[in-house]
Write a protein that binds this ligand. Structure first.
Ligand code: 5AD
Ligand code: SF4
Length: 482
């Protein structure tokens, strides 16, 4: 399942127009939820750019407002409706100034609720599900002529073949790291999860499409690509050799692309970690030593009720094999507390598995019954106060592990990809191999450089580092000063 950061982002694509664009139509996209939505928002912006829409970060000046929504937990879905309330005021104000504003809801809430959105929020003009984003420009044109549109059918055509590639300058503006969706949907049907209903059945993009997109990104200066999929390690496709490839083989191929120095992928299911993928972790230095592998719970009884199709022991054995192949790998996970029927003892099993694995990073959530999923109809729903208490204990343990991992790096040298200016003047930020934000002085290098740095301090969310000068250079520097 996709790692969900429950964040909201607006303008995650560049707000700088491509040179040569002469349109004055503007689109504001707000992205909720996971990285797949971030990727989708960019592709929607690309499709609209071809139709003359320039992205903006200022909602008041947008002729088209798109909310790319998340349905994974109730809270995430409700946020959309409160945002639509605010947008209604904005649309009225613009109308008074004679400006038309088209309001669209995309993403998983659109797919799950469809026409219901128009009923609850009449301000909305168009509802479009994730499978039909390539039709967005024509849908927007129809909406502008006053039609209310719900486009949530699964398209027969391949949307990726119809979505335009971003201009080179757009890729460059978006930075030196990029997402690349290789797989969508899920056939696993975990009993708590809406994804199989909102994103549909598992579909993999063909090898040639993925390689071509990765090459285009690298040519435009991207140095790190994160492959995305709700079940990314279930990706499979026919290779140019006529054989069936899995994600491991694909990673070996992508590692050959000049300029792509860092590869990541997320999110994986324990049942799809095959030998070749583990071998990729062993053999590829470009594959970052970080793995997001959700277990969700530690109790076998609960795992069974969740339809996870693995036990706690299976998961621990798997991690042992991965660590044997790549000893410096850092583990990340997702956890749900308070799934129906979870007893204190079951919850202690979750705490135990967390202690056994020792996570560098993790995301944990209170179980949220989602309409239409089997979990929502199960008996023995756990009271909210119990969920709260369990979540607090779990998060305290996970934060302690995360802090200890960061602390263990102090004094060591790591590779850092410089991504963008920091919040404070004079700083640059990037990511460690283990995905931690890293702060260095701007004199350390230029955006896009991968530099060697020494960790001097571990803060609560970031590492602070100083550049390590090569031994030879240090000698020279010392010589100079004498
Ligand atoms: N309630 C709480 N958490 C959920 N997740 C998915 N569905 C639910 C739900 N109904 C969590 C899982 C998943 C992550 C993205 O969100 O841990 O891995
Ligand atoms: Fe992940 Fe399970 Fe949801 Fe599929 S059903 S996306 S495997 S949590």
């Amino acid at each position: 399942m996709e790692q969900d950061l429950t964040t909201e982002r607006s303008g995650t694509f560049s707000n700088r127009p491509d040179a040569g664009s002469h349109s004055d139509k503007k689109v504001f996209v707000k992205t909720y939820g996971c990285q797949m939505n971030v990727y989708d928002s960019q592709r929607m912006a690309d499709a609209l750019a071809a139709d003359g829409y320039r992205p903006t970060d200022v909602i008041e000046e947008a002729d088209l407002v798109l909310l790319n929504t998340c349905h994974i937990r109730e809270k995430a879905a409700e946020k959309v409706y409160s945002e639509l309330g605010r947008i209604r005021v904005l649309k009225d104000e613009r109308a008074k100034r004679g400006r038309e504003t088209v309001i669209g809801v995309a993403g998983c809430v659109a797919q799950a609720e469809g026409r219901e959105i128009l009923r609850r929020a009449p301000v909305v003009d168009l509802v479009i599900g994730p499978q039909t984003y390539h039709r967005l420009p024509s849908v927007v044109t129809r909406a502008r002529s006053g039609e209310k549109i719900v486009e949530t059918e699964y398209a027969i055509e391949d949307k990726f073949e119809h979505l335009p590639a971003p201009a080179r300058s757009t890729v460059r503006n978006r930075g030196v790291t990029a997402f690349l969706t290789v797989q969508e949907g899920c056939d696993k049907f975990c009993t708590f999860c809406v994804v199989p209903y909102t994103r549909g059945a598992e579909v993999s993009r063909p090898v040639s499409q993925v390689v071509a997109e990765a090459e285009r990104l690298a040519e435009a200066g991207v140095r790190e690509v994160t492959l995305l999929g709700q079940n990314v390690n279930a990706w499979h496709g026919e290779g140019p050799d006529g054989k069936e490839w899995g994600l491991g083989r694909l990673l070996f191929r992508l590692a050959e692309i000049p300029g792509l120095d860092r590869l990541r992928y997320t999110t994986s299911h324990p049942r799809d970690m095959d030998d070749e993928l583990i071998a990729a972790h062993r053999d590829l230095r470009t594959l970052m030593p970080y793995l997001h592998l959700p277990v969700q719970a530690g109790s076998d009884r609960i795992l069974k009720a969740m339809n996870r199709k693995h036990t706690g022991a299976d998961y621990l054995r798997l991690i042992e094999r991965i660590r044997a192949a790549r000893p410096d790998i850092a583990m990340s996970g997702d956890f749900i507390v308070g799934f129906p029927g979870e007893t204190d003892e079951d919850f202690e099993d979750t705490m135990r598995i967390v202690r056994d694995v020792n996570y560098a990073q993790a995301f944990s959530f209170k179980y949220s019954p989602r309409p239409g999923t089997p979990g929502a109809d199960m008996e023995a729903q756990v009271p909210d106060v119990v969920k709260d208490e369990r979540l607090q204990r779990l998060q305290a343990l996970l934060s302690e592990q995360q802090r200890a991992f960061a602390q263990s790096l102090v004094g060591s040298d790591i590779d850092l990809l410089l991504e963008k200016p920091g919040r404070q003047a004079g700083q640059l930020v990037g990511r460690s191999p283990w995905l931690q934000p890293v702060v260095v002085d701007e004199s350390a290098g230029a955006i896009g450089d991968i530099i060697r740095v020494r960790v001097t301090q571990a803060g609560s969310h970031s590492l602070f580092c100083e550049p390590v000068r090569e031994a030879g250079l240090m000698e020279a520097a010392r010589g100079d000063s004498v």
